[in-house]
Design a protein around this ligand. Structure first.
Ligand code: FES
Length: 402
């Protein structure tokens, strides 16, 4: 008979440890010791990335009829007791609903990250020509108005591993707001980089936050502000527009720099050519689009009929809707105009929150707002916030992430 290769071991230690295990199991209470959300790591994650933040307006600063800053505090009655920390340059996706209107729009946080520790966020809203959510806010929001915000979002933030130590910020109009937040973060010691802001506006009167940013630059040498006025000549300001030449003139020769651009769409169309002249590496250029993409017919790649009127078939949450859509508005706008509550956050093609599968038909997605991954494109996914129908289309919107 073959001899077993396994040596005979005494059974006693195994029996002893099995009994010990059974005793330990019997000692465990029937109910969980802690709820998952009570573990310190989960508590920290929830405080940094809450699914929702209930906010209420506690102060309004009126810069003009057309521009106001809204100061938010947590709406404790709705369950939010503290606000999430953020990196300067982030935005909040704010949802507002009442019986007459409902919308979700992204707004840059204009306050310092440190103010979130005092339970405050500020967003600054500017009137637009077309009727928009911003105009509704300016005309209707009062102290006590309540809204729901996402956790702070976005990539328009300084990343020491990716960005150069010197940042040139180009701001147009209310595009100054994320730079205000960055300037305070630098002055407070929460960010460490040199920030030169080229702030384009029509006149000095239109350049909101200019005085306080100038004052900040006098106490913090890492911050510089240069006003660039297109319709006024004023002492200490540049006249005209931000050009490649002006950008180069504020950077010490041979030094690397990152370029952060935030402003209205017209500014991007003009600046693209100027940025190209700089020959700066793409990783050093960051753009934050203020407002949705519009006028795709101005793009040389656009091959549609901008006057087209089509049908949009939507499959969502087990239902199917057929609604009108126009060639000159994004698919997301068409959904909203039809009263369909479709998910969205950045509204500029970047975050992917709105993604949907294109089952039938064709859309046009401008290159500059096409933030889809290769896999999304491969499997026919679109970002409804940043594409325009080229004919009747059918889309499938997957369940909204919680
Ligand atoms: S809402 Fe962010 S990609 Fe559409």
């Amino acid at each position: 008979m073959a001899k077993s290769l396994i040596p005979k071991l005494p059974l006693y230690p195994f029996i002893f440890s099995a009994v010990k295990r059974v005793i330990e199991v019997l000692k465990t209470p029937d109910t969980p010791v802690k709820r998952l959300e009570d573990y310190p790591a989960n508590k920290l994650a929830n405080s940094l990335h809450p699914a929702k933040q209930h906010l209420k307006v506690v102060k309004i600063v009126k810069w003009s009829e057309d521009m106001k800053t809204y100061v938010f505090a947590p709406d404790e009655a709705a369950g939010t007791t503290s606000l999430a920390w953020f990196s300067a340059g982030s935005y909040l996706s704010i949802t507002y609903r009442d019986k007459n209107i409902s919308f979700t729009r992204p707004y840059s946080i204009s306050s310092a990250p440190r103010e979130s520790l005092e339970n405050h966020y500020c967003v600054t809203v500017k009137r637009t020509e077309a009727p928009t959510a911003s105009n509704y806010i300016l005309d209707n929001w009062i102290i006590g108005t309540k809204a729901v915000a996402s956790d702070p979002q976005g990539e328009f933030t300084y990343e020491p591993l990716r960005d150069a130590k010197r940042v040139i910020g180009i701001a147009g109009g209310s595009g100054i707001t994320p730079f205000r937040s960055m300037a305070y973060a630098i002055a407070d010691g929460d960010e460490d980089f040199e920030l030169t802001i080229l702030y384009g506006s029509r006149t000095l009167k239109d350049a909101v936050f200019s005085d306080e940013l100038k004052a900040l630059s006098e106490t913090c040498p890492k911050i510089k502000l240069i006003n660039v006025l297109s319709e006024q000549r004023a002492k200490g300001c540049k006249y005209g527009f931000v050009t490649a030449k002006l950008i180069e003139s504020v950077v010490p020769k041979g030094e690397e720099y990152s370029l952060f651009v935030c402003g209205p769409q017209a500014m991007y169309r003009y600046l693209d050519a100027e940025i190209e002249k700089l020959g700066i590496r793409p990783k050093f250029v960051r753009q934050e689009l203020f407002g949705e993409y519009s006028h795709p017919e101005n793009d040389p790649e656009y091959k549609g009929n901008i006057k087209g009127k089509y049908k949009l078939t939507v499959k969502m949450a087990g239902k199917e809707y057929v609604v009108p859509c126009r060639a000159d508005t994004t698919v997301l706008r068409a959904l909203e105009e039809a009263g369909i509550d479709a998910p969205n956050r950045c509204r500029s093609g970047k975050c992917g929150w709105c993604h949907a599968q294109l089952l039938k038909g064709k859309v046009y997605t401008p290159k500059s707002v096409d933030g889809r991954r290769i896999g999304d494109i491969e499997y026919g996914y679109i970002h409804p916030c940043s594409c325009f129908p080229l004919g009747s289309i059918t889309i499938d919107i997957p369940p909204m992430p919680q």
